[in-house]
Design a protein around this ligand. Sequence first.
Ligand SMILES: Nc1nc2c(ncn2[C@@H]2O[C@H](COP(=O)(O)OP(=O)(O)OP(=O)(O)O)[C@@H](O)[C@H]2O)c(=O)[nH]1
Ligand SMILES: [Mg+2]
Length: 235
Amino acid sequence: MDSTSELRPHVNSPVDVLGPWRRHHDDRERNLMTLNVLLLGDRQSGRSSVGNALIGGHEFLTGPQILGVSTTTEYQVLSRNFPGFFRRQGAESDLTFRVTDTPPLTLLCPESLHQLCPDGVHVVVVVVRVDTTHEHTHLEQQLEHLFGAGWRSHALLVLTHADHLKKAGFQPSVFLTKAPDWLTSLVNQVKGGVLFLDNSSDWPLMAGQPVRDGVLRVSAGNQHRAIKVRTEVTF
Ligand SMILES: Nc1nc2c(ncn2[C@@H]2O[C@H](COP(=O)(O)OP(=O)(O)OP(=O)(O)O)[C@@H](O)[C@H]2O)c(=O)[nH]1
Ligand SMILES: [Mg+2]
């Protein structure tokens, strides 16, 4: 796996008409696709841990909030390549996940996000933790502000801290039937579906496989078209 950390926003390149596809010419010809993935959620929802699961590493800083301040206060972009992740037209294809971790949703700056993802975002991973759903949240409205109505087809909902459900003897399906209205509404809006994630293990590579598969599925459902961040909005 190759990993790169980007400190500066990506610059548009003239070949971007190809969308996320590129071609490698080494020993064999192979496809390379890069998907821009944006992690969004409230404070301490588990965004950075989901980012680690996605890239199969520990590079995104995680931890409890200190004095009400999030661990993640700056945007961070990390890319990780998974060689031969899938096949396309009979050829092995590499998949690079370019993952943007963010401060809590209420503190986001649309302009900064746009600079980090000038070509847009293929998949928005909306992160909610299962044990704090009593706290009212305005995720849906904030997503609508950031992307307009199109966010629904690009969104995958990841419910973290699923180990807590297990400990409480709750099946995920039962949890969803008892979820508060705001979460039920969110579940019904995201076209990419819902994943439960137990990120308590030390194996982010394994925990992340369903998330990587989910991201690829959501992107394919949009023919790998990206959605742009709207910059004319304020929170
Ligand atoms: N038990 C359990 N702990 C988790 C899980 N996911 C994250 N955590 C822990 O929850 C805390 C917050 O996780 P982070 O990934 O840092 O959450 P965040 O949304 O990035 O947090 P901020 O950047 O501070 O807003 C950390 O201590 C994680 O180790 C999970 O699925 N289960
Ligand atoms: Mg974080």
